[in-house]
Write a protein that binds this ligand. Structure first.
Ligand SMILES: Cc1cc2nc3c(=O)[nH]c(=O)nc-3n(C[C@H](O)[C@H](O)[C@H](O)COP(=O)(O)OP(=O)(O)OC[C@H]3O[C@@H](n4cnc5c(N)ncnc54)[C@H](O)[C@@H]3O)c2cc1C
Length: 301
């Protein structure tokens, strides 16, 4: 019992405050009942997904009820014909991505914690991640939400239509609202065709300014990588200390360029990108992944 309270009193941040009680909702009706009960008695409720946030959003700072939705973990419907997936909030992101990729479809948002984080948490934090350069963040994939308000009332916002452009945008008021406006109990999300293949190019540079120049040149020359991550000298030093001196090639800056698309296009784009990196004095560059390989359903990373 004490361990359950403790576990639900913190997230990946180092601040903790215990709830009085933890409720594991198994359905929307459970959420409605909890919210009505708490509202009538003035009891604080803090909604919790997987608890891997870094800013204490699911920490019950006022005590009261920690409302966990991890047991609401079913993918309700995958409909490639409509380009949508309907899901409960407790589904782990990786499980959703694998389920849609098995049908050749893709749900791109990934806040670098896909093995652990929940869809509800992603929605409530408008989670981003490395691939937002090309694919945007969670809010770009939300079509409709079912939300239980503090009073226990059920609200439906948005729908399942991709081009839903009229009226007040109440949907996006809830995305990124950190659980403060209601509990998300179901979400209708946009999915897109899965890229056939994915490949990565990494390089080290003499100075940070060279790597930064390469980043701008990549974009200026019309490439839109799925991810583009630059690492400075300070961070490289920490990585070498952790992984061992020989783990990363010499250089004061490091660049990761990830691209995806059709196999032939990816293969030729990699060559063009390597030329850009060499122009900016790359000390070393390496290919990762197999640009010729077709997309393997379920193989996400
Ligand atoms: C290694 C690592 C890397 C990360 N990198 C990134 C990154 O690049 N970008 C990024 O954005 N985040 C990043 N994060 C943070 C984390 O992945 C996201 O915040 C994620 O969305 C949290 O999901 P969760 O299910 O753990 O939510 P929780 O931590 O449980 O909750 C987060 C917030 O959402 C609310 N909430 C949860 N479920 C619901 C619901 N059903 N209805 C209403 N409100 C709800 C909670 O009250 C809380 O305010 C990273 C985390 C880790 C561990």
């Amino acid at each position: 019992m004490a361990e359950v309270l403790e576990e639900h009193g913190t997230d990946r941040w180092n601040f903790s405050h215990l709830p009085e009680v933890v409720v594991f909702a198994e359905s929307r009706d459970d959420v409605v009942a909890v919210m009505k009960f708490a509202n009538e008695r003035g009891i604080p409720v803090t909604t919790r997904g997987a608890g891997v946030g870094y800013v204490g959003g699911c920490v019950p700072v006022e005590g009261g009820i920690a409302l966990s939705v991890v047991r609401m973990n079913s993918v309700v419907e995958i409909m490639p014909e409509d380009g949508v997936v309907v899901t409960q909030p407790g589904v782990i992101l990786r499980d959703l991505q694998v389920a849609v990729s098995e049908l050749g479809w893709y749900y791109p948002p990934d806040p670098a914690s896909l093995n652990e984080c929940s869809i509800g948490g992603n929605l409530a934090t408008n989670a981003g991640g490395p691939r937002c350069l090309k694919y945007g963040v969670t809010k770009n994939y939300v079509l409709g939400l079912e939300v239980v308000l503090a009073s226990g009332e059920i609200l439906h916002v948005g729908g399942r239509c991709h081009k839903n452009k009229t009226g007040f945008d109440l949907l996006h008021l809830f995305v990124g609202s950190e659980g403060m406006l209601g509990v998300i109990t179901e979400a209708t999300l946009r999915i897109i065709p899965h890229p056939q293949t994915r490949a990565m190019l990494t390089a080290t540079f003499p100075e940070f300014v060279d790597a930064a120049g390469a980043v701008q040149a990549i974009l200026n020359s019309g490439h839109l990588p799925s991810a583009l991550e630059i690492t400075d000298e300070f961070t490289l030093k920490a990585a070498r200390a952790y992984l061992g001196e020989g783990s990363l090639r010499p250089g004061k800056a490091h660049l990761i360029v990830e691209i995806d698309g059709r196999a032939k296009a990816v293969a030729s784009e990699l060559k063009e990108l390597e030329e850009v990196l060499n122009f900016f004095l790359a000390l070393s560059s390496e290919f990762h992944g197999a640009p010729g390989a077709a997309h393997a359903p379920g193989a996400q990373r």
